[in-house]
Design a protein around this ligand. Structure first.
Ligand code: FAD
Ligand code: NAP
Length: 312
């Protein structure tokens, strides 16, 4: 039986792995279906991680994280986890793709979240090269430049205001005339002179060249096309939390969840199921930043170690 199973190898999972192994746990496996690193590896530049003054691409930034963990004995199994189940003796069963099962005394779930893709032409091609889902991360690259933004929810209109503080203009493209965002948020955004709303409109295409995005073609209500010559487009069309491994056969979740689909945790990253922890973008109120996910992972590992110790 494993002492600890960590599911997901992004900043939260890797930090949990580092703290657990360096803290003396011997039998720790991180189940990560791809190469470790998480969603930040899709970013072309990260410049807001404290202590790392050099601007780096996401892959180079994350490479030393796994190297450091492995040095302390963390094992990486490159497999997808299908389900986590609680056993009657309070241990957990990790069901892995292909039918394999592993038992663990404690589990930290760090499967993150995934910004939903909107589905327009050019979105995948230019993702990370002008198409972004993170204004806090990438807004600064467009300082004093015009940008476009897609979506009409709270995230979209809040982020539009954040970008308006940095950029010369923000075009908010939304498919309806009504907004999903709170009325007060809509009102505030409408008062911002740097924001122009283009409503009842959809993105026809995002185009560019080797250096990245050069513009966005927007299809208006009357069928005409408006060509916005912007180097960046931010899409905020909702998030998909990767919580499916916590779903049981009866479709209920193993632990308490928020309405957003995020996992309810306390300040120790403990769920309401003893021995089950959640960290990073997956947990409630996550600020969705690498530094926060890393901090969560460290907290969850320390809590898991205390839990395992309490079993003796
Ligand atoms: P994730 O990074 O999402 O990692 C989760 C991992 O779990 C993934 O590797 C996934 O493969 C794995 N996984 C999921 N399900 C399973 C399963 N069933 N079995 C096995 N493995 C599984 N933040 C910043 O602080 N600064 C930035 O500049 C910045 N830029 C960004 C740019 C982009 C384009 C994006 C998309 C995000 C950016 N972020 C940035 C946000 C940051 O990447 C996230 O907040 C952070 O990665 C969350 O870490 P996490 O470990 O919780 O989850
Ligand atoms: P959201 O509420 O689901 O809004 C997504 C927006 O994207 C909607 O306006 C939707 O349009 C649009 N959209 C979806 N798919 C699209 C597509 N394929 N193409 C174009 N547009 C598309 O997501 P969110 O804004 O990220 O918010 C998620 C949750 O967090 C919500 O419950 C929100 O209230 C909450 N939140 C709260 C706060 C706050 O309280 N301050 C801040 C941020 C988020 P339609 O409206 O036409 O469906």
């Amino acid at each position: 039986m494993l002492d600890l199973a960590i599911i997901g190898g992004g900043p939260a999972g890797l930090s949990a792995g580092l703290y657990a192994t360096r803290g003396g746990l011997k039998n720790v496996v991180m189940f990560e279906k791809g190469m470790p690193g998480g969603q930040i590896t899709s970013s072309s530049e990260i410049e807001n991680y404290p202590g790392v003054a050099q601007v780096m691409d996401g892959i180079s930034f994350m490479a030393p994280w796994s190297e450091q963990c492995m040095r302390f004995g963390l094992k990486h199994e490159m497999v997808g986890v299908e389900k986590v189940i609680k056993n009657s003796d309070n241990s957990f069963t990790i069901k892995i793709e292909g039918g394999k099962e592993v038992q663990a005394k404690a589990v930290i779930v760090c499967t993150g979240s995934q910004p939903r893709r909107a589905g327009f032409k050019g979105e995948d091609e230019f993702f990370g090269k002008g198409v972004s889902t993170c204004a806090t991360c990438d807004g600064f690259f467009y300082k004093n430049k015009e940008v476009a933004l897609l979506g009409g929810g709270d995230t979209a209109l809040e982020e539009a205001q954040y970008l308006a503080n940095i950029c010369s203009k923000v075009y908010v493209i939304h498919r309806r005339d009504e907004f999903r965002a709170a009325p007060s948020t809509v009102e505030k955004a409408k008062k911002n002179e740097k924001i122009e709303f283009i409503t009842s409109a959809v993105i026809d295409e995002v185009y560019g060249d080797n250096s990245g995005v050069c513009g966005v073609k927007v299809k208006l209500k009357d069928g005409s096309i408006r060509d916005l010559k912007v180097p960046g487009i931010f899409t905020f069309v909702g998030l998909d939390v990767r919580n499916e491994i916590l779903k049981q056969d009866d479709e209920k979740f193993l632990c308490a969840m928020e309405n957003t689909g995020q996992v309810s945790v306390d300040l120790k990253m403990q769920t309401n199921v003893p021995g089950l922890f959640a960290a990073g973008d997956l947990r409630k109120d996550a600020p969705k930043q690498v530094i926060c996910a890393a901090g969560d992972g460290a907290i969850a590992a320390l809590s898991a170690m205390a839990y395992i110790e309490s079993l003796h």
